[in-house]
Ligand binder design. Structure first.
Ligand SMILES: [Zn+2]
Length: 233
């Protein structure tokens, strides 16, 4: 777990990841929020209402475990989602929430990414479940996520965005990039024709390679048990 003396470094990394998300188009203007948890259960999070490419390390807000700012500043309006992630997952040390446009478009169209179509994604991330719609800025949003984040590091949020959980900031960011990259590939494939899912036996073979590749992910293909792959597996 991150030590409290690492706070300046973590604040710098949060500002860098915020800028990266903005540059890559995963966040527009003031959307999204990024946090990292310290060993004492408190966490650092991006401030409310700031354009993500302008965030400086000193703007990052230090919150207690319940999301209340400890040293002033105004924490992100979606801080409750981060509290829910850290509450549900003791192993998680960083959370990235963004609005990756292709992935969000899938949720607007009502098309699930909870399918096994790209082998690399099956191995590294599993499938991406979608949390039901919750009104932003209310308790509905964190509550809509709780079930899914217990068994998934990457969740799409209906009509809103995506949230990724990681062992550190780069790990959580990496999963956000994977969500959008794979949504783009799936989108393009759907323009070209029908997208076929991998056969259940191939999915089993792919999942069996995780151990030898040293991939430790919470995501499986039976998240929320609404996935047809669960029946195959
Ligand atoms: Zn959001």
């Amino acid at each position: 777990m991150t030590r409290t003396q690492d706070i300046p470094l973590l604040k710098k990394q949060i500002a860098e990841i915020a800028r990266l998300c903005w540059e890559r188009g995963y966040i527009g203007a003031i959307d999204g929020n990024i946090s990292a948890r310290l060993e004492d259960g408190t966490f650092l999070i991006t401030p409310a209402g700031t354009i993500k490419f302008l965030i400086q390390p000193e703007n990052v807000v230090h919150c207690d475990a319940n999301g209340r700012p400890m040293d002033g500043g105004r924490a992100s309006s979606e801080t409750a989602m981060h509290v829910a992630c850290y509450h549900e997952r003791k192993d998680v040390r960083a959370v990235v929430h963004a609005h990756p446009p292709t992935a969000v478009a899938f949720s607007l169209a009502g098309i699930s990414l909870m399918t096994a179509v790209i082998p690399e994604l099956v191995v590294t991330l599993g499938a991406i479940p979608t949390a039901p719609y919750g009104t932003p800025g209310t308790e509905e949003l964190p509550n809509s996520l709780r079930d899914l984040i217990r068994c998934s590091d990457a969740v799409l949020m209906e009509r809103h965005g995506a949230i990724t959980l990681g062992v550190d900031l780069l790990d959580a960011y990496k999963k956000m990039e994977q969500i959008e990259h794979n949504a783009k590939i799936t989108f393009m494939a759907r323009q070209l024709g029908q997208v076929k899912e991998l056969a259940p036996e191939e999915v089993r073979r792919l999942l069996a390679t995780r151990d030898s590749l040293g991939i430790k992910t919470t995501n499986v293909l039976c998240n929320h048990c609404g996935n047809p792959m669960a029946k195959g597996g």
